[in-house]
Design a protein around this ligand. Structure first.
Ligand SMILES: [Zn+2]
Length: 282
């Protein structure tokens, strides 16, 4: 088991305290800890609120905070999202869980990782670093292309977003809480569901959202390569069915249908399995 001790690193002296703790832990557990000082830096003092302690799973002790299986350094992009959504708090744990959830295609995982880190090379960024002469969207040719424009604001995506909204509404219809209003469509589209709800297949909703983002981004890349007139809704339906069918076969072969049932079929009005065959309602 990996154990990491995160101290209140407020000055250089506290690094030595950290190393002492590592040494004590090594003696007590018999484990070997990487004690390279170059990898331990003073990262300043931070307050951790009660909600974060519960959600991240931190435990306070007298001199240190024990973090089991996690070493948490907040990405810079968190501030970007707080400002972009104009909120004080976002439960980022859910965003990262959604990014790294298993059985997502590598394409989806890589794209989601870049989105949550705000590391997509938009035309705005490409122009800033001198790799493009224009920062205008290649699809609508009228507005500066930033991250929100690529995935949400471009008017050429309006029809697709209407379709996605309806798709999500059907997936979430059993839930007593109006999640689309509660969390907001825009935030949910970019970050996934940021809470657990009864009667909602969170895994599948996040899986769908991830494929939707991938299809938008692939369309954008195709337009850059002069492939126009892409039917995005059709492309999305095909891609989603393709990935689901792949995992369906995989689960059959590896005898993991209980997991497939939980992740893809439970609380899902958009697909059923009949006599071993998937029937899609989209
Ligand atoms: Zn546009």
């Amino acid at each position: 088991m990996l154990m990491i001790l995160l101290l209140h690193w407020v000055n250089k002296e506290s690094i030595n305290e950290t190393l002492d703790i590592f040494e004590m832990y090594g003696k007590a557990s018999g484990s070997k800890t990487n004690m390279s000082k170059s990898e331990i830096m003073c990262i300043g003092k931070a307050e951790i609120n009660v909600l974060e302690i519960q959600q991240i799973g931190l435990k306070y002790s007298k001199d240190c905070i024990q973090v089991l299986d996690k070493c948490y350094v907040e990405p810079d992009a968190h501030q970007y999202w707080l400002e972009s959504f104009n909120v004080q708090y976002v439960p980022f744990k859910f965003s990262w869980t959604s990014v790294h959830c298993y059985w997502k295609s590598p394409d989806c995982l890589q794209l989601d990782f870049k989105i949550v880190h705000n590391r997509i090379f938009t035309n705005l960024k490409l122009k800033r670093i001198g790799l493009s002469n224009s920062d205008i969207c290649d699809s609508c040719n009228s507005v500066v292309e930033d991250l929100f424009h690529i995935f949400l604001n471009c008017h050429d995506l309006d029809v697709f977003h209407n379709y996605v909204f309806e798709f999500l509404r059907e997936l979430l219809e059993k839930c007593k809480i109006d999640i689309l209003v509660n969390q907001g469509y825009r935030q949910m589209f970019l970050s996934g569901i940021t809470s657990n709800y009864i009667d909602v297949n969170t895994y599948f909703v996040n899986f769908v959202l991830s494929v939707e983002r991938l299809c938008i981004f692939k369309r954008r890349q195709m337009i850059k390569n002069d492939v126009k007139n892409i039917d995005l809704i059709r492309f999305f339906k095909y891609t989603l069915k393709h990935y689901i069918s792949y995992y369906h076969v995989y689960c059959k072969i590896t005898k993991k249908m209980n997991i497939f049932e939980r992740n893809f079929l439970k609380n899902n009005s958009k697909m059923i399995e009949m006599d071993g065959v998937l029937i899609f309602n989209f």
